[in-house]
Ligand binder design. Structure first.
Ligand code: ZN
Length: 279
């Protein structure tokens, strides 16, 4: 299974320029570029510099992430978000990347039908902006109690209503586990809707209590990753798996150490899972 690196893993101990060099050096196949690191990079570099890097590297861009909390915004905020999407579209097209991640808003105490309606409307507005391109929008549900979409089945419902092949899902093992998403939903997930797969593990805290900083290297926590990978594999999903951690302790490591460790831990876990499947 191909391997990707999500830049959140080195959120505070590296930048895009170094993440690119180090991920290439350590043999990652893909990188998921964070919008904040991209904007910082573009202060001193051009989109052409990024294009040049990828044209001579084995490392390829997997996604740009993310349009954060895109629902229930006022018009000004949403227009700024559309501006972010325009920047991401321009960069994605230039570097031959086809996926942009969108994350729903937190702290919304509205009925599900209203949340669903708003999410669908906003995704369709984004779709208008990328009409005629090969770009795809990947909706990432977040396993926090107060996220407006916090389980796989609810995210699937939204994608179904949008009903456009340019809109699909991110399945993040931490978010799946953290609000007790159902295995039934995972079994029902269509591979065509699965745009990105985030691999991570976490401490043994209860669903509803878990937060991003409880994430652990794959294989070091309590998430039944092998079961999840087996289910996906049986559906025909072949990756890539993108390691995405937000653990402050890991941000204290040297960036290179963090990146090489992320690779080793993820490969080890994937090999273990795939060995079982192929037995
Ligand atoms: Zn994720």
């Amino acid at each position: 299974m191909k391997l990707a690196f999500n830049e959140a893993t080195t959120l505070e101990n590296s930048n895009l320029e170094d993440d690119l060099i180090l991920c290439e050096k350590h043999g990652f196949d893909f990188i998921e570029i964070r919008l904040d690191k991209l904007k910082e990079y573009l202060i001193t570099h051009s989109v052409g510099d990024l294009q040049n890097f990828f044209s001579s590297a084995n490392l390829k861009p997997l996604s740009l992430n993310a349009l954060e909390e895109f629902t229930f915004r006022n018009q000004t905020e949403f227009n700024l978000m559309k501006q972010d999407l325009s920047l991401m579209s321009e960069v994605a097209t230039a570097i031959d990347c086809d996926t942009i991640v969108a994350v729903p808003t937190f702290g919304i105490e509205k009925d599900w039908e209203e949340i669903k309606r708003e999410t669908v409307v906003r995704l369709r507005e984004f779709l208008d902006l990328i009409k005629g391109t090969d770009l795809k929008l990947a909706l990432e549900f977040v396993g926090y109690p107060d996220c407006s979409i916090n389980t796989l089945d609810k995210a699937q419902e939204v994608v179904e209503v949008v009903g456009n092949p340019q809109v699909g899902l991110v399945l993040d093992c931490f978010h799946f586990y953290a609000m007790n998403s159902s295995y039934e939903a995972l079994k029902n997930l269509s591979i065509d809707d699965l745009f990105l797969f985030h691999i991570d593990d976490c401490e043994g805290k209860l669903p509803g209590v878990l937060r991003d900083h409880h994430r652990l290297w794959p294989g070091e926590g309590v998430i039944p990753l092998e079961t999840i990978i087996t289910l996906l594999y049986e559906k025909g999903f072949e990756g890539p798996a993108s390691v995405e951690l937000f653990r402050p302790e890991y941000w204290e490591l040297e960036a290179e150490k963090c990146i090489s460790k992320a690779k080793d831990k993820t490969i080890h876990l994937l090999e273990k899972a795939l060995q079982k499947i192929l037995k």
